[in-house]
Design a protein around this ligand. Structure first.
Ligand code: GUN
Length: 290
């Protein structure tokens, strides 16, 4: 078997074109564009690239971005003050603080300072709780993008064995809740899991989000499985690879995401979708009050 490719780049381009039309209509109706504030503290080169990609994606669909690039010695109080102002700024529908932040700043304090209705990363405990309680509000972008990719296969997820490799707050845990909400039987594997190979081998759906290059061996994949690779690692020759051994896994799976061009573009796309959703919710709430 040779897997069909789940092309996140192509899907995200299609979704962005559709979103650009929606944003044009909404901007004409309400007299302003949706707005996303992006805060970057420090000079981490990878973060600078991610932030620039997010800003240019905003421009492409007509979302206004408000960018704040702060020096690496910025105090936590300063960032909290900025977030406090943005929470009340009617031009801003989404607030994103690029992670990681320098060590003098506690990321949990930052995430929890963002008002949940503007938490377009979907990292706030309120939004994670809503998903857990089967009432998703703003959904974490990477798991949301993975769900959108799974939808492309047309396969009903009810009753499927899903194995999530990695239990981070920003990917593994919300991913497990998304799959549970979709009716799958979910196992979450992590650093203390014994016999990872045995779990992966019985999975109809594998989500690899451990942040370890080639952790998921191709021979482990059940024939016909769907494999979603969230990992991204730069090799010495400058090329990118994921958490899954693609060469062998793609000979066994029915569907697989490439790295790059799989989950990465979908994460940014769902960030834009969340910003538009937040804007629409804000306007609906306002109209209801009238
Ligand atoms: N750092 C790595 N991924 C992300 C993300 O999705 N959002 C933010 N804010 N920071 C990140």
């Amino acid at each position: 078997m040779t897997a069909q490719i789940l092309d996140g780049k192509a899907l995200s381009q299609r979704l962005r074109r559709e979103m650009a039309d929606t944003v044009t209509q909404l901007s004409a109706t309400y007299g302003r564009a949706p707005g996303l504030a992006v805060i970057l503290v420090g000079e981490d080169p990878a973060s600078q690239i991610y932030v620039n990609n997010k800003k240019s994606a905003c421009a492409q669909v007509g979302i206004a971005s408000f960018s704040h690039t702060l020096p690496s010695d910025t105090s936590q109080e300063h960032v909290l003050g900025l977030i406090g102002e943005m929470n009340h700024d009617p031009r801003i529908d989404g607030i994103l603080v690029q992670l990681p932040v320098p060590q003098q700043i506690n990321p949990e304090r930052i995430i929890e300072a963002i008002t949940p209705s503007k938490d377009v990363d979907g990292f706030h405990p309120y939004n994670l709780g809503c998903l857990t309680a089967r009432k998703p509000a703003l959904r974490s972008c990477t798991p949301y993008g993975c769900m959108r990719l799974l939808e492309e296969t047309g396969i009903d997820l009810h009753g499927k064995e899903a194995v999530v490799v990695g239990a981070s707050n920003i990917v593994g845990r919300p991913m497990a809740m998304e799959l549970l909400l979709a009716g799958s039987t979910v196992t979450v594997c992590h650093r203390f899991t014994e016999d990872l190979a045995a779990h992966v081998a019985r999975a109809d759906i594998v989500i690899a989000a451990a942040g370890k290059q080639d952790l998921v061996r191709g021979e482990w994949i059940k024939p016909g499985a769907i494999v979603i690779d969230v990992g991204i690692h730069r090799l010495e020759d400058g090329s990118l690879t994921g958490d899954v051994d693609f060469a062998i896994a793609s000979q066994r799976a029915a569907w697989i995401t490439p790295v790059p061009g799989g989950v990465g573009p979908m994460t940014i796309c769902m960030l834009l979708a969340n910003t538009v959703q937040s804007y629409q919710t804000a306007h609906l709430a306002h109209n209801t009050e009238l």
